[in-house]
Design a binder for this molecule. Structure first.
Ligand SMILES: NC(=O)c1ccc[n+]([C@@H]2O[C@H](COP(=O)([O-])OP(=O)(O)OC[C@H]3O[C@@H](n4cnc5c(N)ncnc54)[C@H](O)[C@@H]3O)[C@@H](O)[C@H]2O)c1
Length: 316
């Protein structure tokens, strides 16, 4: 039986990925420290199914404080999903939270992985935010990343750490640049979660800027499949874009949500936010070729799943 460690297993992506690995017959060790970026009960709920699985074990701890050698004993696959997420919150004094939980936590994990003879792959969850405002669309892995938020800088720093631990010590790292992920369990600070909740409650939606910014949205199941596929390749030291293939403006998404819910949409326009990029759009040809990655879930289909989940959560 393969043994995997999933960091950030109580989060949005980490919990789905852990469930997928259990389904695949893996023994999964999960670690999460319940950062207070969003409420703990939401994360406890993400873990609910996993805690019933005999092949899942959970450690509530901070990567920076736990005995990592002990935690990593026998681990063959590390899926490093833990991070302080969020672009807008990464300015000012908060940056310390990002340096600790993103950069330092990744560095200590890689240092420990160096000593691990069982390790087959270290998959790092990077982000499209490393690109910043590029003129070259769709974004290509060969383009020069120029993040425009401190969060993006921390995610890019980690990609470099992954690469240099591969180059110097042969750690089999691979970095995946996820493009805006959505679906059931999406974080409450993320746009779709906020838009759907607002429309369901007949509240106004706050739009930063004019709403013409575009995003390449990726459904959670496609992200999970790409992440699993990355763990199975022989390719190391590389970076891959993982996008959903549906690039739309914010206004288009909001109107689509209104249409699916068959409810009127009220919008209020406010100032653009520092650190938000104007456009994201993934060139996924490298992932298609090497990881055999093909996003399968359409925006409409994926939105319906997120809506059903949010309705269920509201009823609970
Ligand atoms: N959600 C997206 O659209 C998106 C896009 C690009 C990249 N990513 C990346 O994917 C990963 C998962 O994102 P998510 O949306 O699931 O976020 P999330 O906040 O839901 O999950 C991250 C989890 O990591 C945990 N964590 C943070 N620091 C930790 C530490 N030091 N020790 C132990 N646990 C710690 C948090 O408590 C949290 O539960 C992150 O690395 C994020 O940067 C996400």
């Amino acid at each position: 039986m393969s043994v995997a460690l999933v960091t950030g297993c109580a989060g949005f992506i980490g919990s789905h990925l852990s469930e997928r690995l259990i389904q695949e017959g893996y023994q999964v060790k999960g670690i999460d420290c319940f950062l207070d970026y969003y409420p703990r009960p939401i994360k406890e709920n993400n873990l609910k199914n996993l805690l019933k699985e005999k092949n899942f074990s959970f450690v509530e701890a901070d990567i920076l404080k736990v005995d990592l050698m002990n935690l990593l004993d026998g681990v063959e696959y590390i899926f490093h999903e833990a991070a302080q997420a969020g672009v807008r919150a990464s300015w000012g004094k908060n940056f310390e939270i990002y340096t600790q939980n993103n950069i330092l936590a990744t560095q200590v994990l890689l240092e420990t992985a160096k000593e691990l003879s069982t390790l087959k792959k270290f998959v790092y969850a990077s982000s499209s935010s490393v690109y910043g405002d590029t003129d070259i669309l769709p974004m290509h892995e060969d383009g020069t990343p120029k993040p425009v938020s401190p969060y993006g800088v921390s995610k890019l720093a980690n990609e470099h750490l992954c690469y240099l631990y591969f180059k110097n010590f042969g750690i089999p790292t691979i970095s995946l640049r996820y493009f805006t992920v959505y679906g059931p369990r999406q974080r409450p600070d993320m746009a779709f979660n906020k838009f759907i909740s607002a429309i369901l409650q007949n509240k106004e939606i706050q739009i930063y800027g004019e709403g013409n910014q575009t995003r390449d949205f990726t459904f959670i199941r496609d992200i999970v499949e790409a992440t699993f596929a990355a763990s199975q390749t022989d390719v190391n030291g590389e970076v891959f874009n993982i996008g959903g293939g549906s690039r739309v403006t914010l206004i288009q998404v909001i109107n689509l949500i209104g249409e699916i819910l068959d409810k009127p949409v009220k919008m209020q326009y406010t100032e653009p936010q520092h650190g938000d990029v104007l456009h994201t759009w993934a060139n996924i040809s490298k992932a298609q070729k090497i990881l055999n990655y093909n996003p399968l879930v359409s925006l409409k289909e994926g939105l319906k799943e997120e809506i059903d989940w949010l309705r269920d959560s509201a009823n609970r």
